[in-house]
Design a protein around this ligand. Structure first.
Ligand code: TYD
Ligand code: MG
Length: 473
């Protein structure tokens, strides 16, 4: 008799159970269990197999760690500097990279653009979502200078390199094509549309997504080919078919941003080959994504007239200093409880700073509505912008303008003291580069800063009141 085994999976976290459960013991969500057929008969031995034929399988042997050559990590440097930075210095050979993001954010656009830019490599773009014609239309729109590269390369390797498109969803068929085509880089758009014939359940289900991902993982590791997977994101912001995927892959990149704004941010949330604090910024234009190599310029609003409630903070994203504009609006509460709202900043932290201002500075903010906004759609967690937040709130409260040639960089403690932050020198030099005249830092940061190196005027203070005395009195 045919043996078919099935299991119940939580569609929200991937928890597996032999019987149906009302509440998931792992993520506590209700009614998320769905029965999925895990194995077809006779498929057990082939599960996880990426090749169409299993005869050529390479089997790995244990090796002493001292004999493993550390130089094996080869990186492919793409023409896209932002992507290189986020990946920790280029694409590592044989790595499996998952790119998550909401629908319509630009994942397909980003990967197609990179595929076209890498015209001196054989890139296979597998699409389970769009037809060849749709991809072609998008490629026409992108106007990437890929042809030039192709001509340069064609002398050695005629007509071989460039971007190839395959519209297919069956992983077995895909691997058959891959064995013939031998791509240098593989792009799979998207993992939720892929289907392995070893698993019965439909495309996009947990077991299917997990199986397809591990097949691509095996392929990437055995062939040394980097593989990009596109993953959709569910409403609550996790990659659908979810945590299970994040364990398998080497790198998880998130492509985020407000669909109504032009800026998009690429950040690594997991990276086996680099730091997760790096950030890539793009601008979505009519003809594709443009790299934004100097983000401070776009984050600082160009303005002619001086407005109160604005202060510039010097923050760091990864190793990259950014100067960002913080805007506040403080106005008398006319009805009920005062409103507090923060966009791009932690509301708890804002409330804490407001309490410090009230207690240590004597400002009556308890009767005021406070709205705080970080421009450019960024979310900042760096405490180094505390001082800029405080200055912007009081600037609005007092209705006194803070000159836009001043930048601020210090953490504020509960006693109203200014605390030193890491890499102060990097922040100062970025402010200097952007033409700021003065930067306010903590007195305690001075020992790590060589003032002689800078032309910008560095003002160091120990307490918040001293800064306010200078700015608002
Ligand atoms: P897309 O890459 O299809 O998103 P995803 O794969 O993440 O679902 O994003 C398409 C969006 O980007 C769509 O709303 C149109 C816009 N777009 C541009 O603004 N400029 C362009 O050059 C392209 C190709 C798309
Ligand atoms: Mg897409």
């Amino acid at each position: 008799m045919a043996k078919v085994s099935s299991s119940y999976f939580c569609q929200s976290c991937g928890y597996q159970s032999a019987k149906w459960l009302g509440k998931c013991p792992s993520c506590s969500s209700w009614s998320t269990f769905v029965e999925e057929i895990v194995q077809k008969e006779n498929a057990a031995s082939k599960k996880g197999e990426w090749r169409a034929s299993s005869s050529t399988k390479i089997s790995a042997k244990p090796r002493p760690i001292s004999e493993i050559n550390p130089l094996n990590e080869q990186r492919l440097i793409t023409p896209d500097q932002e992507l290189n930075r986020v990946l920790g210095g280029g694409i590592v050979a044989g790595s499996l990279i998952l790119i998550g993001g909401e629908p319509g954010i630009g994942k397909s656009t980003l990967l197609l653009q990179i595929a076209l830019q890498l015209a001196s490599y054989k890139v296979l773009y597998i699409s389970g979502e769009e037809s060849d014609q749709q991809i072609k239309m998008r490629a026409e729109r992108l106007k990437v200078d890929g042809k030039r590269l192709l001509e340069e390369f064609s002398e050695e390797n005629p007509q071989k390199t460039g971007c190839y498109v395959l519209t297919e969803t069956s992983t077995q068929n895909i691997f058959k094509q891959i064995e013939i085509f031998q791509p240098d880089i593989l792009v799979v758009d998207s993992i939720q549309t892929m289907q392995s014939s070893f698993i019965e359940s439909g495309a996009g289900s947990i077991s299917q997504v997990r199986e397809c991902t591990s097949e691509f993982m095996k392929f990437a590791k055995e062939s040394g080919t980097p593989v990009f997977l596109v993953g959709h994101i569910t409403k609550d912001g996790t990659i659908a078919g979810p945590k299970v995927l994040e364990h398998i892959v080497d790198t998880v990149l998130q492509f985020e941003g407000d669909r109504h704004l032009v800026y998009r941010i690429l950040r690594a949330t997991k990276n086996r080959f680099g730091s997760t604090s790096e950030l890539g910024i793009y601008e979505m234009l009519g003809d594709g994504l443009r790299e934004v190599s100097n983000p401070s310029e776009i984050l600082l609003t160009q303005r002619d007239e001086a407005i109160s409630g604005i202060a510039i903070g010097a923050t760091l994203e990864g190793n990259r200093p950014l100067l960002i504009e913080i805007q506040s609006l403080v106005s008398l509460t006319s009805y009920g409880n005062p409103q507090r709202s923060a966009t791009g900043y932690d509301k708890q932290r804002m409330n804490m700073l407001l309490a410090v201002l009230e207690k240590r500075g004597g400002y009556k903010l308890g009767t005021q509505d406070v709205f705080l906004n970080i421009t450019g759609g960024l979310k900042i967690e760096d405490p180094a912008i505390d001082l800029a937040v405080c200055v912007s709130v009081i600037s609005s409260y007092e209705d006194i303008v803070v000159s836009n040639s001043k930048a601020f960089c210090a953490e504020v403690g509960l006693g109203g003291e200014l605390r030193a932050v890491n890499k102060t020198e990097n922040r100062i030099s970025e402010a200097e580069k952007l033409g700021f005249k003065e930067i306010y830092i903590s007195k305690y940061a001075l020992k790590s800063v060589n003032i002689q190196n800078f032309n910008i005027k560095i003002k160091a203070f120990a307490k918040l009141d001293e800064v306010f005395l200078e700015l608002f009195v």
